[in-house]
Design a protein around this ligand. Sequence first.
Ligand code: HEM
Length: 512
Amino acid sequence: MILLAADASLAAELGGIYRIRLGLIQAVIVTDPYIISEILAPGAEVEKSIDLVYSHFDVLNHASGKPTIFTSPSDDHWRLVRKAVAPAFNPKNIRHGFQFVQQTVSQLIDILKLRGPDEVIDMDNAALRVTLDVIGQVGFGKDFGATKSLDARDTANAAFATMEAGRDEGVKRWNNPLRRFCTFLPDVRKGKTDFARFRAVMTSLLSEIKARGETQSDDVSIAAHLLRMRDAKGQPLPDDRLAAEIGVFFTGGFETTGHTIGWALYMISQHPEVEAKVVAELDDMGLLATCDRPDPRPMEHADLQELKYTLQAIKESMRLLPVLTGGTNRTTAKPTRIGPVTVPAGTMVWIPFSALFNSPHNWEAPDVYDPDRWRAPDVEYAVAKGTNANGHVMSSLSTDLGKTSHVLHLEARAGGVAGGAVKASAPDQGRTKRWMPFSMGSRDCIGQNLARMNYMTAVAMLLSHFHFELAPEMGGKAGVRAAESAALLTLQPRHGMKMLCMPRQSIRSAHR
Ligand code: HEM
């Protein structure tokens, strides 16, 4: 519900900060990058009281709902897990996982070639499968075989189905917190079983990892770091909590990365001029399949940093269609200053990414898919205060009069909550982010290096082998637009992203 009040058109109209009240819930919606940088700065008041809006997912991960790294407030438990696991995701360690990403995407490419150019494939679903297998292998040394099962037309890959069913029930509980008590309803009982199945998969994965014996000191996987973790008393986490922590790396990474790949393939497929530039880049690097070179050289990790235009195309897709469209949120523990206002304890502070990344206050021509805007190295940072080509005040400070009056106006409508005097801070204008798909500050996404390696490799390898065309049944751009849905937390195409995959070596010059 709050998300409905947090879209880009409202941000365009009301400015970078406004307040809403829905029944007992008070929320402040912030899309001003300068105010956001204060909210998410490590050590900020609101940072310490992360909202437990995702707490329904605790029950998905742990039978009695103990929090995980994702849902803990920034307390001792969170610090323990974050510190222990962070090294698994550092760039040096994560690149060990490249081989698994490469192999899994190659597996998908082989399957798509077998299926041929006339068969409609749900590429969003395929990307989710690849992601599940990547997290399984890179993080835990386990191949769930979700990608392979696409080959057997086996939609019922157990781990994949469990992951999706668990997510569905979590979202239903998020939408209706009373649902968990309605155990007389068959649908709720099924959801409970789905949760139990998901936990069983994670518990059995933990047993499998433990059965491999003592972890080697050079093992840099998430699993090894979790197993080596010791609390202040030198004790490991009990198994039920370890299994819950394992689960959260799947729930956090699976859909986010998978849909990012699905959306990027879609956006590029809709912009032939962009596809042509991606293809030229791949061709220059010897990575493109052509009539004369049906088997290009395999992609290497070092190629990722050279694929500059491909990355621009993906970033632009992540700006227009951020998978965590609702962004992130915090709850104030005491009266707290948020930009120009002081809000009472218990106020939700929402930073909706979709609005932040698409507000005309923050971007010029925000509706245009223009990968070239990322050519400038500092494009993810807010631009200096001023009026842009849209006639909108850009990313201005909270001292902007237009926005302040909107805040006060809304406060009056919301029943009058004390507004504070405007603080004229002097943010570092060069470094304030307006694009942060992985959030920022101490609670930013721990998995971002893995996610980047996964989506870059997948999009580049898939495009080196195929030209993707939206299947007619998707109803063109309008059909895709109408089927965009964030009802399941991540922004996704409600009916999948059905596409025809035309092998490049069979295409003469038209799509090259
Ligand atoms: C494109 C892919 C991804 C996106 C856009 C994304 C985005 C985010 C964001 C915005 C947050 C902060 C949420 C908040 O403040 O409430 C977050 C946290 C987190 N993400 Fe990701 N994520 C992605 C992939 C991954 C992957 C691959 C993993 C692990 C395998 C992962 C694991 C986590 C975890 C454990 C947290 C909680 C960190 C903490 O609170 O300390 N994510 N992610």
